[in-house]
Design a protein around this ligand. Sequence first.
Ligand code: GLN
Length: 206
Amino acid sequence: MAGSVEPTPPAPEPPPSGPRIGVLAIQGDFASHARALHRLGAVAVEVRRPEQLADLAGLVIPGGESTTITMGLEAYGLEQPVRDFVAAGRPVLGTCAGLIVLDRAHLGLMDVLARRNAFGRQVRSFEADVAVRGLGDEPLRAVFIRAPWIEDAGDGVEVLAEIDGHPIVARERNMLVAAFHPELTDDLRLHALFLAMTRDRREVEA
Ligand code: GLN
């Protein structure tokens, strides 16, 4: 039509150039984790097969249902590859069910014992402001959904946050875990800490 002006198409987003981070995509909240990682400039890759772990700088095990995720890891032949991934020093972030999956009673990778639905089945979901060591002075708004806490932790585990004396954020070597869902808020400091762990490792390797 004469005189009409084509609307300017929005500028395409530049492709993220950050590290390639896998998000275990068997079940649970993997899509929100992928979005959070993307917002921080990482390339998020959904992982369902062992060979997809090959070129990743880190792996996220999301919240969801720990029994389903554990069974899926076995069904997809991912248990040993994920163990090898962690043994090779590559960073892993486990949130909520992901924390449970990493514990002594499941993959046996982290020297912690998680207590499932620790806040009681009735208290299915709540939010709290949590002070997390290493994330600055501002508390982190944390969304808990039928969350676990860490019932027991070995000497090598550094507890970064607690609620009523129960550890809910912890780190051991290249593993970082949180009992809540950091992917459901706009405060991405925990993901940023995890990405810093992958960066530190890549610098050591370079
Ligand atoms: N209660 C769930 C489990 O035991 C974990 C909940 C979650 O990941 N939000 O697997």
